[in-house]
Design a protein around this ligand. Structure first.
Ligand code: PEP
Length: 250
């Protein structure tokens, strides 16, 4: 269990062998002793490279996805056991880009979370509403539906997951939820987790959606915001380091 905040960089489909080495070099040069837990999630093809670059460092390795199958005839998939062999500690599941472009359903996401847990990997379960859903007053309904599929499958093991609230309208748009808007949804998620486990307080609920060096301090100051899932700003070492530094002021 950890009360430390968790900051995770989601590199999405960005990077190159040379670029990754340079970015990690800059991060390791500037990170010192971070006041939070830190992970980066490169594209799967670079996991082995990153495992070597991050060995013995303060930065943990994460994956952007994991198969909903254990193994076998699933061309293109990467299993949780394979990720674990490469030293992967976290796996993002149910990112809105995968829900949208790869037609991942709540059930798929729950299966992925379950297999990650079984392999000793912490799933980072992403939930979030679209702009239309928010306008229609459906935010709480949507995020609770998405999380309940996972809770239904993993039961009390929900205490072992990380949740990321990522309003779809805030991802990559520069439009951030206000700290109050984010906290309100995080409180709803916390209550839902509390109904499933007595260890709800230790479940880290990250905020994601255009978090940057300027808004991180205020977002991270909210009582139920336990860290961040960072897209764009995780690709620039100075920006990512500033977000890590924001944890020190909490
Ligand atoms: C994300 O993709 O998880 C994300 C939060 O992206 P961005 O920070 O670029 O909005």
């Amino acid at each position: 269990m950890s009360n430390r905040k968790l900051i995770v960089g989601n590199w999405k489909m960005n990077g190159s062998l040379a670029g990754n080495a340079a970015l990690i070099g800059d991060l390791l040069a500037g990170i010192g002793q971070p006041a939070c837990d830190v992970a980066v999630c490169p594209p799967a093809v670079y996991l082995a490279q990153l495992q070597a670059l991050l060995a013995g460092s303060a930065i943990a390795l994460g994956a952007q996805n994991v198969s909903m199958h254990e193994g076998g005839a699933y061309t293109g998939d990467v299993s949780a056991a394979m990720l674990r062999e490469l030293g992967v500690r976290y796996a993002i599941v149910g990112h809105s880009e995968r829900r949208q472009y790869q037609a991942e359903s709540d059930v798929h996401v729950a299966l992925k979370a379950k297999l990650a847990l079984a392999a000793g990997i912490t799933p980072i379960v992403c939930v979030g509403e679209t702009a239309q859903e928010r306008q229609a007053g459906l935010t709480d309904f949507i995020v609770k539906r998405q999380l309940s599929a996972v809770i239904h499958l993993v039961g009390p093991c929900v205490s072992e997951i990380v949740v990321a609230y990522e309003p779809v309208w805030a991802i990559g748009t520069g439009q951030t939820a206000t700290p109050e808007q984010a906290q309100a949804v995080h409180a709803v998620l916390r209550a839902q987790i509390r109904a499933a486990t007595e260890h709800a307080a230790r479940v880290r609920i990250l905020y994601g959606g255009s978090m940057n060096a300027d808004n991180a301090v205020q977002l991270l100051a909210q009582p139920d915001i336990n860290g961040g899932l960072i897209g764009g700003a995780s690709l620039k070492a100075p920006d990512f380091l500033k977000i890590l530094a924001a944890c020190a002021s909490q």
